[in-house]
Design a protein around this ligand. Structure first.
Ligand code: SAH
Length: 495
């Protein structure tokens, strides 16, 4: 396939503000070249299979020069790669996106551009400032506040003041006092509402409310730093009324989500929607045991079983892959009944057009064992993790039900960011850590180190078994009323 560069606007930080088209491009990417302003939450959406090139910083901490970036893009495209060039906000709003595309155009390389949500509008919006508003502003102006080193700002302040519109300055934190005096000298009223929004749309967003003449002092008091917008105009007065983002229930809460990467999406998404600063840390990943002769053998004799039991989506996937690998499909199941430990496992079955005949009332191994013991007359096939909970098989043994318990996948903990995480946890930088199974607790503890200080955060646990495992390591816990993601989210909200 011929190489191509897709220039994608990553939005201002909140991953929800990446466009659908941008996300699609990212999912197909083989190489992703990104800047400093692209938020970690957006970087998490880069597929594991893609090569990442960070041009925002180098070993020497100097950004990669623009010429070199242009060259990297061209080389990767010419090597036949599907390249995504990811830029903060919109690539063409003070992003040098046009320059990068010109280089590609002149070399005859293929390219596309996916516009992004610019921080100039979105960071203001998350700060409660609509950039235009009837009666306040009939035009909007985006201005760069960046001056070349040692040179004065080249801004026509008189012209800006005459427009009477909303003024949004980007890259203006350093030059802010000079911008304010420029506007005042050009005749703007010192009482004009003005604001700064720092790290807009991100969990750490801060807003500084002022009027033009007090802005430098207010911003200095708050220590406002880049990236930040300077917004000048009547619309700034609306912020206290409209600042919805700052009022979200989980604002200011930093939460570590420990679920396996492919399944962290819903939990993290829900917590983020409520304003939490979510850090995803997949402590464990699952790996199908492959080849798995024991499973293949059992699947060859499926009619011998009355029930087939699954305790996780990973088990369902391992089963399905094995079945397909044997050249069979869902018809092989015939009259075999299906049991799933909970709704997520049930959903994993549904993806393959299968409906669970049994989901226990409480979503845990002991309950599933009891429910199966009550329902079963014939033999049961369990396709589970290598270290599956004995609570399930104990219940079956007690009831005298015949079963085969076959390990079809294993959990592995090998996250390379563990040392970093330990430091942050011990420094009290997390309010909560979520645990969705006892094995995630074990994975987390072994990733961080069993001798770490687990006393500085609260574990949000999906059930009693999970909580029991967490308590063993001295973790303070809250236990969800139901073993479901929404109940876990509620725990974070309760004070
Ligand atoms: N192409 C980007 C802008 C790049 S210039 C866009 O469309 O958003 C970099 C400037 O953008 C920063 O100096 C800052 O003024 C602004 N900026 C970028 N992200 C921001 C954010 N999350 N909050 C506030 N300002 C931001």
């Amino acid at each position: 396939m011929k190489g191509k560069v897709t220039l994608v606007g990553a939005g201002p930080g909140d991953p929800g503000l990446l466009t659908v088209k941008g996300l699609q491009a990212l999912r197909r990417a083989e190489v992703v070249v990104y800047d400093r302003l692209v938020s970690p939450a957006v970087l998490e959406l880069i597929p594991d299979s893609a090569r990442r090139i960070d041009v925002g910083k180098e070993a020497s901490r100097h950004p990669v020069p623009q010429d070199r970036i242009n060259q990297i893009l061209l080389e990767e495209a010419q090597a036949g790669c599907n390249v995504v060039r990811l830029k903060g906000g919109d690539p063409f709003v003070f992003g040098r996106g046009g320059e990068e595309l010109q280089v590609l155009a002149q070399a005859g390389a293929a390219f596309e551009e996916v516009p992004g949500v610019t921080s100039a509008i979105a960071a203001a919006a998350y700060g409660g400032i609509p950039v235009t508003h009837r009666g306040f502003a009939s035009s909007l102006h985006m201005i760069t506040g960046h001056a070349r080193e040692g040179e004065p700002l080249r801004i026509d302040f008189e012209a800006l003041v005459r427009t009477g519109g909303t003024l949004v300055f980007l890259m203006g934190v350093t030059a802010m006092p000079a911008i304010v005096s420029g506007l005042l000298e050009a005749g703007m009223d010192g009482k004009t509402p003005a604001a700064m929004v720092e790290s807009g749309t991100l969990p750490g967003q801060r807003r500084c409310d002022a009027v033009l003449e007090t802005l430098p002092q207010r911003a200095a008091e708050m220590g406002i730093r880049s990236p930040a917008l300077i917004i000048v105009g009547g619309v700034c007065a609306l912020a206290p009324e409209l600042c919805w983002f700052e009022r979200l229930p989980l604002r200011g809460k930093r939460i570590l989500v420990t679920r396996p990467k492919d399944r962290a999406g819903t939990l993290s998404g829900k917590l983020r929607e409520l304003g939490a600063d979510v850090v995803e840390f997949p402590c464990i990943r699952t790996e199908a045991i492959s080849p798995c002769p024991a499973m293949a053998d059992a699947l060859g004799r499926l009619p011998a079983y009355e029930w087939l039991g699954f305790t996780s989506a990973a088990g369902v996937e391992a089963f399905w892959t094995c079945l397909r690998g044997m050249g069979k499909d869902a018809r092989a199941l015939g009259g075999v009944k299906l049991a799933a430990i909970g709704p997520a496992t049930g959903k994993a079955l549904e993806v393959h057009g299968l409906t669970a005949d049994l989901i226990p009332e409480a979503y845990n191994a002991a309950c599933m064992g009891e429910a199966l013991a009550n329902a079963a007359e014939g033999k049961i096939l369990l396709l589970r993790a290598e270290e599956g909970s004995p609570a399930l098989t104990d219940a079956l043994k007690t009831a005298g039900i015949a079963f085969d318990d076959i390990p079809v996948y294993r959990t592995i903990c090998d996250n390379p960011r563990s040392a970093e995480l330990r430091e942050e946890l011990e420094a009290g930088q997390f309010d909560y850590v979520t645990f969705t199974s006892a094995s995630t607790v074990r994975g987390f503890v072994s990733a961080v180190g069993a001798d770490a200080d687990f006393g500085r955060f609260t574990g949000l646990c999906i059930g009693e078994q999970t909580a029991g495992e967490a308590k063993k390591h001295g973790i303070a816990v809250r236990v969800a009323k139901k073993a479901a993601i929404d109940a876990l989210v509620e725990l974070a909200e309760s004070n």
